[in-house]
Design a protein around this ligand. Structure first.
Ligand SMILES: Cc1cc2nc3c(=O)[nH]c(=O)nc-3n(C[C@H](O)[C@H](O)[C@H](O)COP(=O)(O)O)c2cc1C
Length: 338
């Protein structure tokens, strides 16, 4: 399957929920939730793409960086590139039932693994969503990260134990889902996590904790002080609250506060190798990609996801050569024209 075939197959299967735009920027799908859009006006999703586009790269070609090393070490694993698959759940509602929940989670995990990386599995209002992610994680021999909703403490700990039993690499909570109405309506309460509860969580967990959905430097500091292993600078792809800034806009101040104290992942609007490099230059240790990989999963299953990863790797390698960046760890603001 080539890339165009993957995309046209996805377009056919997704119907009106996602028209697979040339650049996935949140314009055509604004407000489409359930679906692939951003919440409300879609501003938070669009701001992610716009914030990344606003940064420009400094091109440098008089140097020795001909073969950059894309590898990174995260959570004790070596990844072939600094890109992971984001958690995408709700195949029925959001992806037009184009594939089952477990097929979606499996395609993300297996495609990422084939590319030498990892993906995340998610959680949702129907407990079957978590179970499907867990089943896919078991099939992938634990090579992935499970992200649970910010449920009551005891429930989160129980879910983390289930993920640990499958051998998961790490466990996260998408704290930006604290206000999701669909969870409440389904009798699955979620809410914000006070610092004291975070500390209890870190102590009780059998796996390193990732807090996904951090958008301010003060809360990144809270995460570091609570003992989290990592954060994801994320606005949930613009699906948690309208009118949030783009993640690339807030990443520098967050990195200035916690870089080196915990793993900084960032997501939102990463569409090409240059976007990955920009996030690294702004302070991320690695990035997550959401919708483009979900679209690839719909169009080509695990093979489609692996193809998307390999395109990102090729683009990133080219961008690193043309900016004299030898490795992800070496990326710094000097790559950007600020
Ligand atoms: C359809 C859909 C479902 C999602 N489900 C989850 C989820 O279950 N858990 C989670 O932490 N994030 C979830 N997210 C957010 C993604 O993990 C990620 O933060 C976001 O999609 C990144 O932005 P991008 O799609 O622009 O790359 C979902 C996003 C979409 C579009």
């Amino acid at each position: 399957m080539n890339w165009e075939e993957v995309r046209s197959e996805a377009r056919r299967k997704l119907g009106k929920l996602c028209v697979v735009c040339p650049v996935c920027n949140g314009v055509a799908c604004a407000g489409q939730m359930p679906g692939m859009g951003g919440l409300g006006t879609g501003a938070s999703f669009k701001n992610n793409v716009a914030a990344l586009a606003a940064y420009r790269l400094n091109m440098r070609t008089l140097h020795e960086v001909a073969e950059p090393d894309l590898r990174v070490r995260l959570f004790g694993r070596e990844l072939a590139l600094p890109v992971l698959g984001a958690a995408i759940a709700g195949a029925n509602l959001n992806l037009n039932g184009a594939l089952s929940e477990e097929e979606l989670a499996w395609a993300m995990l297996a495609g990422a693994r084939a590319a030498g990386s990892l993906a995340m599995v998610g959680d949702g209002p129907d407990p079957a969503v978590w179970r499907a992610g867990l089943a896919a994680l078991a099939r992938a021999e634990g090579q992935g990260i499970a992200i649970a909703k910010p449920r009551p403490l005891a429930d989160v700990v129980a879910l983390a134990r289930q993920a640990a039993d499958q051998g998961a690499v790490a466990f996260g909570v998408d704290v930006d889902a604290a206000g999701i109405l669909m969870m409440r309506r389904a009798g699955q309460p979620v809410g914000p996590k006070p610092p004291a509860e975070l500390r209890q969580l870190v102590t009780a967990l059998p796996l390193p904790l990732i807090l996904k959905g951090i958008m301010t430097a003060d809360e990144a500091e809270v995460a570091a002080e609570a003992g989290a292993a990592g954060i994801v600078v994320s606005n949930h792809g613009g699906r948690s609250l309208d009118h949030l800034p783009g993640t690339a806009e807030v990443l520098p101040e967050i990195a200035a506060t916690v870089k080196g104290r915990l793993i900084i992942l960032a997501d939102g609007g990463v569409r090409a190798g240059v976007d990955v490099l920009k996030m690294l230059a702004l302070g991320a240790d690695a990035v997550l990609v959401g919708r483009p990989l979900a679209i690839a999963a719909v169009g080509g299953g695990a093979e489609g996801v692996a193809l998307a990863f390999s395109r990102l790797a090729d683009e990133l390698r080219t961008a690193m050569v043309l900016t004299a960046c030898p490795s992800p760890a070496a990326a710094s603001p000097s790559l950007l024209r600020i």
